[in-house]
Design a protein around this ligand. Structure first.
Ligand code: GDP
Ligand code: MG
Length: 181
């Protein structure tokens, strides 16, 4: 528990996974700094970003990990997943292949993490609705089948980004309180 003037009472590690260029780094910077990086080169080497949120009157520090451009080589190591209590599995609604890849990302998550880890399927770039290749229904039905939360987001216009993280953080908090995680 936090002392007076001390740190947060809870620290939750959340990993963001998914194919290259689906918008993971921008979801992180939207969440942590309310910024969108149009060049999208700045995050290589950045391991995680943190944001403090209030849950149930408690301070929760969300430490959100970015795969830092390594996803192309599928070199995401077990260290990346170690200690994670939440995961966002991200695809780009304008690229079907990234949606199909979520199954592989989920498999990888399952080999490294307990099934109790809070998971959300995230269809990013919903601002590009006119060129979408994945319907909302497809996203929803995959999430239902795999037992995941589901949301569509836009890191560009900020739609649902805070909400996505908040839902995951609340689920983690709930599981931690009930000693499931
Ligand atoms: P990452 O490789 O998964 O980390 O993806 P990035 O965050 O680097 O984003 C990849 C590309 O998609 C960049 O050109 C971003 O500007 C763009 N992008 C990211 N999120 C969105 C979004 O919500 N909407 C749109 N239109 N573009 C996005
Ligand atoms: Mg990135």
């Amino acid at each position: 528990m936090a002392e007076e003037g001390g740190g947060e009472e809870y620290l939750f590690k959340i990993v963001v996974i998914g194919d290259s260029a689906v918008g993971k780094s921008n979801l992180l910077s939207r969440f942590a700094r309310d910024e969108f990086d149009h060049n999208s080169k700045g995050t290589i080497g950045v391991e995680f970003q943190t944001q403090v949120v209030q849950v149930d009157g408690k301070e929760v520090k969300a430490q959100v990990w970015d795969s830092a451009g390594q996803e192309r080589f599928r070199a995401v190591t077990s260290a990346y997943y170690r200690g994670a209590v939440g995961a966002l599995i991200v695809y780009d609604i304008t690229r079907k292949t990234t949606f199909e890849s979520t199954k592989r990302w989920l498999d990888e998550l399952n080999t490294h993490c307990d099934t109790a880890v809070a998971r959300m399927l995230v269809g990013n770039k919903c601002d590009l609705d006119d060129i979408r290749e994945v319907s909302v229904e497809e996203g929803k039905s995959l999430a239902e089948k795999e037992g995941l939360f589901f949301i569509e987001t836009s890191a560009l216009d900020a739609t649902n980004v805070m909400k996505a993280f908040e839902i995951v953080i609340h689920e983690i908090y709930d599981k931690v309180s009930r000693k499931i995680l």
